[in-house]
Write a protein that binds this ligand. Structure first.
Ligand code: HEC
Ligand code: HEC
Length: 331
């Protein structure tokens, strides 16, 4: 355990982390794009607001548990989570921040039809999606304590927003950047990565785990999200990076740098897409229209066919039960 010290010291030296700081403690400068005319702007309540609220003490207990699971999803490691992610690794600011995948919109826009799985999804199923792909795992059972707690946390964050709002939601997801001026490039992306990211995420993309605690999550490799995750799409990753990375310096990369570094990360290996049919080209073709047209999965980059393997990371199975197709059969 000697390398981590060097890395952490470096992070401290550039003033991003204080000695005992956890990732969540790092401050965010507020320099996000301003809301546009007609957009729905919502500032979700905080955990302090929860304590002060009049909600039933038992409901508060459930929401607290949901928040705790969201921030430290690693407590479900080996059961539901098989990589180094917490929900908060990608949904910054406790899932509350615009441009950082705020999670509350799901609570007011679902149930709805989702092209990714071709049927009507509710909030639990949407959460299950991030467990299956982003966490390279399998969701807690629908209706279980953990699923109830996570959904309750999402719904609490949406407090006061009307159901099915017609106005577009400010900062929802990771709003897409303008198309890059130059085609995203591996070499330029590598340069950005090594100058601005590898300090924390390491040269081989594996991040940093210290004393069993994930300090910096893996951006590729066995402990990262799998090939089916939403952020594996280059445009989603570019937008995430532009608005949220480097940690503590959001918004400092040019759009081109964000596209380049996203392309670089998206040409590295990661666990297999759980929808894998046994043939990567076939899987790509099957999900090309709805998903893989935006990833490098099943393409040959630098002489390597990406995603051509059976590696599921530390997950001992390929496809979670929750991903089975579903048809609404009632008339
Ligand atoms: C590796 C990154 C990553 C991790 C980890 C992750 N997510 Fe997500 N999540 C995404 C992406 C990407 C989207 C899609 C955003 C978009 O559509 O632009 C998303 C979308 C969502 C949405 C829908 C938000 C909306 O606007 O409707 C919810 C809810 C959600 N995630 C919950 C979770 C939960 C709960 C966890 C932990 C169990 C989690 N996510 C872990 C990347 C991640
Ligand atoms: C100072 C350390 C630091 C630097 C520098 C940094 N990150 Fe991160 N990154 C983090 C942390 C910590 C998280 C998880 C968010 C949280 O827990 O608050 C994260 C999350 C991520 C994620 C989502 C989770 C995952 O592992 O895939 C991506 C992608 C990412 N960073 C990419 C980048 C890129 C690209 C750069 C360089 C432009 C960069 N980061 C620079 C610390 C850093």
């Amino acid at each position: 355990m000697n390398i981590p010290f060097v890395k952490l010291s470096a992070a401290i030296a550039v003033g991003l982390l204080s000695l005992n700081a956890t990732a969540a403690d790092v401050r965010f400068p507020v320099d996000m794009p301003k809301p546009k005319e007609g957009q729905l702007v919502h500032v979700p309540p905080t955990m302090d607001d929860l304590e002060k609220s009049q909600l039933h003490p038992e409901l508060k207990r459930v929401i607290r548990r949901g928040h705790d699971l969201f921030m430290n999803t690693q407590q479900l490691r080996g059961k539901n989570v098989f990589n180094n992610m917490n929900c908060s690794s990608c949904h910054m600011g406790e899932g509350r921040l615009p441009f950082a995948g705020p999670v509350w919109p799901a609570a007011v826009t679902l149930p709805d039809f989702r092209p990714k799985n071709n049927h009507v999804n509710n909030l639990e199923e949407r959460i299950a999606g991030c467990f299956s792909y982003s966490m390279n795992g399998t969701p807690p059972a629908y209706g279980s304590d953990d699923m109830l707690a996570l959904s309750a946390y999402h719904q609490w964050l949406a407090k006061g927003v009307e159901m099915y709002p017609s106005a577009p939601i400010y900062g929802r997801g990771y709003p897409k950047l303008n198309d890059p001026q130059q085609k995203p490039d591996y070499k330029r992306g590598k340069q950005v990565y090594e100058a601005k990211c590898s300090l924390c995420h390491s040269n081989d993309g594996s991040g940093l785990v210290q004393n069993g605690k994930v300090v910096f999550p893996a951006v590729w490799g066995d402990n990262s999200y799998n090939w089916g995750a939403g952020i594996a799409r280059t445009f989603t990753l570019a937008a995430f990076v532009k608005h949220n990375m480097p940690l503590g310096q959001r918004g400092t990369l040019s759009d081109q740098e964000a596209w380049d570094v996203a392309y670089y990360i998206d040409t590295q290996e990661r666990p297999q897409d759980p929808r894998y049919t046994g043939n990567v080209k076939e899987t790509r073709a099957k999900y090309d229209a709805t998903f893989h047209k935006a990833t490098n999965y099943g393409l040959t980059v630098n002489g390597k066919l990406l995603g051509d393997h059976d590696n599921t990371g530390s997950k001992p199975f390929l496809k979670p039960e929750a991903l089975k197709p579903r048809t609404f059969t009632a008339e």
